[in-house]
Design a protein around this ligand. Structure first.
Ligand SMILES: [Zn+2]
Length: 143
């Protein structure tokens, strides 16, 4: 009787796990985006704790520990950035999907290392007393 019961429980558990997995594949929209992020944050913190423990008991090499720790910290930074982005969205009144934080774009400077003439906008590689384009006196650049 006990064996039969154990078998039934095992089958139910397996069926449940398989069923949940199949359902989870297209990830359902979380009810609260904050909850979702909090769960991820908690999971990362837990992983960090486990990692530290395993490192302390000598299961991990220095290299493995540092690599994994950096990966986790990077992920954590993304999650925290996601929380910030979400807060900003909520502040704007837009409640909805979590937008992953955008990577900062490299800014293009117009005159990378030149002196700009205030009168005509021409750039020169070095400081000149008078603009080579329009001939007007150029202010000395402060360095
Ligand atoms: Zn000029």
């Amino acid at each position: 009787m006990i064996i039969v019961l154990a078998c039934v429980i095992a089958i139910v558990v397996i069926a449940f796990v398989l069923g949940v997995r199949a359902k989870d594949l297209p990830e359902p929209e979380p009810e609260s985006p904050f909850l979702h992020l909090d769960e991820r944050k908690a999971a990362i913190y837990e992983n960090l704790r486990d990692l530290q423990f395993e490192y302390r008991v000598g299961k991990l090499s220095d290299q493995d520990y540092q690599n994994t720790k950096q990966d986790l910290q990077r992920e954590l930074a993304l999650v925290l950035a996601g929380v910030d982005a979400l807060k900003a969205q909520l502040a704007l009144g837009k409640v909805g999907q979590v937008v992953p934080p955008a990577l900062p774009k490299p800014t293009v400077s117009i005159a990378p290392n030149g002196v700009l003439c205030a009168s005509c906008g021409a750039t020169f590689e070095k400081q000149l007393k008078f603009c080579g384009e329009c001939g007007k006196p150029m202010p000395v650049a402060q360095t």
